[in-house]
Write a protein that binds this ligand. Structure first.
Ligand SMILES: [Zn+2]
Ligand SMILES: [Zn+2]
Length: 422
C-alpha cells in the first residue's frame, strides 16, 4: 500500500456531504451578494508570493512548496489565493472589463507546516476579493458576507473581531510609537519578535509565546494612531455593522500576519477544535494591486478555511440527502423491464439505483433500505403481466400498484414530497 502524503487527507463518502453542504452554502451566498467566480491555477511563479504575501512572512520563508521545474523556472504551489487573484485581475485587465470587481474562488492551498489536528499541508479555502471599491460600506459588506456564511452554516458561538491597522500615511507613526514603548523590553521578547521588530513591528502582536504576552499587552493600539481619513473610514465601517445588527468587538491585536493589510482587518472566531481559533479572516489591502504591477486600485477580501468550517458544523446540521428511487426486480422478465425503468427514471432526472446481482426481492428491499431510498419500484410477477408496477413508500411501507406508464410520475411525486429534489 502506498499511503497518502503526510499532511494531506482524503475526503471520504460520508464526510463529503458536509463539504458539499459548506461549498453549496458559500457559493449561493457569494452569488447572492454579487460575487463572480474566478479560478486560478494551483501553481504560480515563486516571486508572486515573495512580492505579494511578503518576503519576510513565515509563509514565504518557511512554508512554500517551491521548486525549480524542468524548464529551470522557480515555481510554487500557491500558499494563499489573494496574490493569484490580484495577478489574474491585473493580467486580464479586469479593472477595465468590470470596474467594480467582486470575485470568489474555492480550492486547495499548500503550506509545508507541521501537521496537527485540523491543520493540513494541503488545505482548502473560500477566498473572496473586491477590487476598486474603497468605500467603507464595502468593508462592511465583505464582513457581512463572512458573518452571513457562518450564520447560514449554523455555527454557534462565533465571534466577529475587527481592527484598523492604518495606512501608509499613519502606520509609520504607530510603528515608531510601538518600538518606543517596547524600549528596553525588546531584548526580552522571543527570537521571532526580535526579527519582527526589524521587518514589520506590527506582527509582534501575532506572537503566541506565553512569556511575551505581558509585554505585548502594554503596547500601544493602532486605532489610537490612525490619520483622520483612516479614523473616519473605520468609524463608518463600525456604524454600518451596527446598523445591520452584526455584533462585533475591537481586538487591538488583530494585525493579521501578512504585510499587505491596510485599514480594516477582521476575523471570525469559532470553537471548531476545542480552543477558540479563526474560522476566517481578512482585511483591506489597498496597495497590493499596485505593488504587483497593476493600476492603483484598492482591494479587500477574506479567506475562510473550509476544513475548519466543516469541523465547526453543528451535529444537527441539516444536510439533506438527495431522496432517491430504487428499482427491484422479480424474476428474469421483471429484471429486463426493471433495467428499462431504471434508465427511464434517470433520464427523467430522478436519482435511481438497482441491485445488479440478481437476488430475492427481500434482499433487494434491504439494499434499498441501506441506500435510504425514498421509494422502491418493484417490477415483475402478476403486476408486470397486467402492465403495472408496485410502488413502495419506504417511509411508511405502504404499497400500491400503478400503471407502468405512470410509474415515473408516481415516483417523482413521492421523491418531491420531502422537499428538495427534484
Ligand atoms: Zn491612515
Ligand atoms: Zn514573541
Amino acid at each position: 500500500m502506498i499511503p497518502a502524503i503526510r499532511g494531506t487527507h482524503d475526503i471520504l463518502p460520508g464526510d463529503v456531504q458536509k463539504w458539499q453542504h459548506v461549498e453549496r452554502v458559500a457559493r449561493d451566498l457569494c452569488e447572492r451578494y454579487g460575487y463572480v467566480e474566478l479560478r486560478t491555477p494551483v501553481i504560480e511563479r515563486e516571486e508572486l508570493f515573495a512580492k505579494g504575501t511578503g518576503e519576510t512572512t513565515d509563509i514565504v520563508q518557511k512554508e512554500m512548496y517551491a521548486f525549480t521545474d524542468k524548464g529551470g523556472e522557480r515555481v510554487t504551489l500557491r500558499p494563499e489565493a489573494t496574490p493569484s487573484l490580484v495577478r489574474a485581475y491585473v493580467e486580464h485587465g479586469l479593472d477595465q472589463l468590470m470596474p467594480a470587481t467582486k470575485l470568489f474562488m474555492m480550492g486547495p492551498m499548500f503550506r509545508y507546516e507541521r501537521p496537527q489536528k485540523g491543520r493540513y499541508r494541503q488545505f482548502h479555502q473560500l477566498d473572496v476579493e473586491v477590487f476598486n471599491m474603497g468605500d467603507p460600506a464595502v468593508d462592511a459588506e465583505v464582513i457581512d458576507l463572512a458573518w452571513s456564511l457562518v450564520a447560514a452554516l449554523e455555527i454557534a458561538d462565533a465571534e466577529l473581531v475587527i481592527n484598523s491597522v492604518g495606512c501608509a500615511a499613519c502606520r509609520p507613526t504607530f510603528q515608531k510609537a510601538l518600538l518606543a514603548a517596547l524600549g528596553d523590553d525588546l531584548p526580552k521578547l522571543c527570537q521571532d519578535c526580535q526579527r519582527r521588530a526589524k521587518t514589520n513591528p506590527l506582527r509582534i502582536y501575532d506572537c503566541k509565546v506565553e512569556a511575551d504576552q505581558p509585554i505585548i499587552d502594554r503596547l500601544p493600539h493602532s486605532v489610537d494612531y490612525l490619520c483622520e481619513a483612516c479614523a473616519t473610514h473605520f468609524a463608518a465601517v463600525q456604524r454600518q455593522l451596527t446598523d445591520w445588527h452584526i455584533p462585533w468587538r475591537i481586538s487591538h491585536r488583530l494585525v493579521r500576519g501578512l504585510d499587505y493589510y491596510t485599514r480594516t482587518t477582521f476575523e471570525i472566531l469559532g470553537h471548531a477544535l476545542g480552543a477558540q481559533n479563526a474560522l476566517l479572516g481578512g482585511g483591506r489591502y489597498d496597495g497590493l494591486v499596485k505593488d504587483l504591477g497593476g493600476p492603483d486600485r484598492t482591494g479587500i477580501g477574506f479567506a475562510a478555511g473550509l476544513e475548519r468550517l466543516v469541523l465547526a458544523l453543528p451535529e444537527t446540521a441539516k444536510i439533506a440527502a438527495t431522496p432517491r428511487a430504487f428499482v427491484a426486480a422479480i424474476g428474469e422478465d421483471g429484471r429486463a423491464e426493471a433495467l428499462r425503468l431504471l434508465r427511464e427514471l434517470r433520464q427523467a432526472g430522478l436519482p435511481a439505483q438497482m441491485e445488479f446481482e440478481a437476488r430475492g426481492v427481500r434482499a433487494q428491499l434491504k439494499r434499498a433500505d441501506r441506500l435510504a431510498a425514498r421509494v422502491t419500484l418493484i417490477v415483475g410477477g402478476d403486476e408486470l403481466a397486467r402492465g403495472e408496477v408496485t410502488l413502495r413508500d419506504m417511509q411508511t411501507g405502504d404499497q400500491r400498484a400503478v400503471p407502468r406508464a405512470e410509474a415515473i410520475d408516481a415516483a417523482r411525486a413521492l421523491l418531491a414530497r420531502d422537499g428538495a429534489h427534484p
